[in-house]
Every structure is written in structure tokens, then in C-alpha cells.
Write a new protein. Sequence first.
Length: 120
Amino acid sequence: MAWIAWTLVAVVALLHILFMAAEMFAWEKMARRVVEPSVARATKALGANQGLYNGFLAAGLLWSLRSPPAVDTELAVFFLGFVVVAGIFGALTILPINYRLLVLQSLPALCALLALWMVG
């Protein structure tokens, strides 16, 4: 069962690496789906900033995968908690993509947290 929990942690880390890459390097293309092109260009730095934060979350989760057993779970829970809170906050504040944030960000992190809790 432990391998399932740590696989879920790795999946969440991989998702945040993908979020980072998309927000830092493809912001204008993605943002044009929901805003005017001029707004997408004007907010490019904001997207890169969001991407950087997603990179930090991924780094923390990867760190937990490489940590000694005495601290690995604590690190994973710490960073997964941030992921869950960020997804919930985004879902409450960012329209029209709010439900996608819950499914793509918070749900995988909640599953990983639950799996870690079940491992004990």
C-alpha cells in the first residue's frame, strides 16, 4: 500500500511540473482561451509567477520522495496541504475554470494525503 501512496505523491509532483511549464512558457496561448489576447499578453508575468509557485510545490514533493523515512511523510503532507489549499482557493476565486482546479489540483493531492494516512 505504501507504494500507492508514494506513487500518488509523485503524480501530484509531475502535475505541478506540467502546470509550471504551461504557466511559465505557454501562458499567452492558454490564457487566450478565456481572455482577450491583449489581456493574455499583459498578464504573462503573472502566469510565470504562478508557474514558479507550482514549481516550488513540485520541488517540495520531489524532496519528500528523496528524504529519509523519518521526515518523508511530514514533508509530503506539508506540501500536499499547500496543493489542496491552492486548488480550493483557485476554485473559489477563478472563473470559469474553477471546477477544473478542484479536479486537476486538489483531488489528486487529497487522494495522496488519504493514501499516506492509510499507510500510517
